[in-house]
Design a binder for this molecule. Structure first.
Ligand code: NAP
Ligand code: HSE
Length: 426
């Protein structure tokens, strides 16, 4: 059987993992595939760098053309990250008919349409399993295993850093800043954690999942995003009293009025399968009209879990090449559905208020809710001195109504502050 040659663009955490998996499991993969897979060239920025792994030095190059123009390379694996020059390299590879495997969520969530068009034009495949939830094969599930379903909802814990931080806050009662600092010292959080803690990493991933689940292109700009920096230990404690845990969720839902796609912290009922997903683990909960409720769990990042997903894609691309096929699982965005504005979304809310503890205060607060169609489902009051902390969970309400009620609350003299508002996802 002929060897299928691979060119790697990048040899960092993921690239190294891909090399290890393809080397360690070479014979098994070749037997399963029917053809041996060989890494022929590796593009990096710096050739002489000590990479802590034994790789023939002649494989490394700093010249992208050494990969992109090599007629013997059938699969280009983009694991360098970022938008440019990764986008240009991927487009060039696809234009030449080379199949591309990428782990790059930034690229997919912003330029997916352009990349898929180029794949069709070049007669090549584009696979991107590792771009969402690392080792969890959720894209294959949505595109292939669940293709007979109408997907109603995809809800994921799709950022390991924030899940780790919230789990630690929950387990030890520590505050966000302390846990973030410890996570950075242990290498669980980046030196610049903005993308993770502000929800932008999860936003890219849920945009990709929503596009596949609902067959309609959802880009990063369509996603409503809130991060976890506002979560306080007291919110976690109160949530527990109500029977919930707090998680950063990526939520994509199809409604009769369009697609909802958002990332924000949320109260999740303790009995929900996502509530049990702790530390750096990821999980994606999918509801299909035929299959019902399902959940997929695993490591969302790291050298070997991510490499597992990349190598799975490489083998799919290689099988297609060996059989002179392409486009079997190409772009599935064949519809154009509207994305609902956040103000139109209906959900339940947790609110924590600091209010003066005196007669008539509760009546004023109840009035602000009542005036704006907000109905309360549960209330806790804790008093310390002259100030009371009032914690409430609402029934389902339209976000615009909730915002109007909060604006009215903030005008009440007895309300010192609306300290936090967190959505509740049942
Ligand atoms: P990384 O450790 O920073 O490695 C990037 C590699 O790309 C390095 O080898 C670097 O070369 C090379 N590179 C970057 N820019 C280049 C350029 N302009 N020209 C040539 N080479 C260039 O990144 P990573 O963590 O492996 O992530 C790679 C991709 O996988 C990203 O899209 C990321 O979002 C995605 N991903 C990562 C994980 C994870 O756990 N790390 C999980 C899921 C998805 P030098 O080594 O010479 O500097
Ligand atoms: N930074 C991401 C996370 C991993 O914390 O889950 C790469 O997508």
């Amino acid at each position: 059987m002929r060897t299928i040659n691979i060119g790697l663009l990048g040899f960092g955490t993921v690239g190294r993992g891909v090399y290890r998996v393809l080397t360690n499991n070479r014979e098994t993969i070749a037997s399963r595939m029917g053809s041996p897979l060989e890494i022929k060239r590796i593009l990096v920025r710096e050739v002489g760098k000590d990479r802590g792994i034994d790789v023939p030095p002649e494989l490394f190059t700093t010249d992208p053309r050494a990969v992109l123009d090599d007629e013997d390379i059938g699969i280009v694996v983009e694991v360098m990250g970022g938008i440019e020059p990764a986008r240009q390299y991927v487009l060039a590879a696809l234009a030449k008919g080379k199949s591309v495997v990428t782990a790059n969520k930034d690229l997919l969530a912003i330029h997916g349409r352009e990349l898929f068009a180029k794949a069709v034009e070049g007669g090549a495949d584009l696979y991107f399993e590792a771009s969402v939830a690392g080792g969890i094969p959720i894209i294959k599930v949505l595109k292939e295993a669940f293709t007979g379903n109408r997907i109603e909802q995809v809800t994921g814990i799709i950022n390991g850093t924030t899940n780790y931080i919230l789990s630690q806050m929950s387990d030890y009662g520590a505050d966000f800043d302390t846990v973030l600092k410890e996570a950075q010292e242990k290498g669980f959080a980046e030196a610049d954690p903005t993308n993770d803690v502000e929800g932008y990493d999860a936003a890219r991933k849920i945009a990709i999942l929503a596009s596949i689940a609902f067959n309609s292109r959802v880009t990063l700009d369509d996603v409503y995003v809130e991060g976890i920096a506002k979560i306080k230990p007291e919110d976690i404690r109160y949530a527990r009293e109500f029977g919930y845990v707090i998680k950063l969720l990526g939520i994509a839902r199809e409604t009769a009025a369009g697609i909802e796609v958002r990332v924000h912290p949320a109260l999740v009922p303790c009995g929900h399968p996502l509530a049990a997903v702790s530390d750096v683990f990821n999980a994606v909960f999918v509801r299909g009209d035929a299959v019902g409720d399902t959940m997929f769990y695993g490591r969302g990042a790291g050298e070997m879990p991510t490499a597992s997903a990349v190598v799975g894609d490489i083998v799919m691309a290689a099988r297609n090449i060996a059989n002179n096929l392409h486009g079997l699982t190409g772009c599935t965005c064949f519809e154009a559905k509207p994305v609902r504005p956040m103000t139109a979304v209906e959900t339940r809310y947790y609110l924590r208020l600091r209010v003066l503890d005196k007669a008539g205060v509760l009546a004023g607060i109840a009035g602000a809710f009542g005036n704006n169609n907000v109905s309360l489902a549960a209330v806790i009051q804790k008093t310390t001195g002259a100030v009371a902390e009032l914690v409430m969970v609402t029934h389902r309400v339209r976000e615009s109504d909730l915002r109007a009620a909060v604006a009215e609350l903030e005008r009440l003299p007895a309300v010192e502050t609306v300290a936090n508002i967190i959505r509740v996802e049942d």
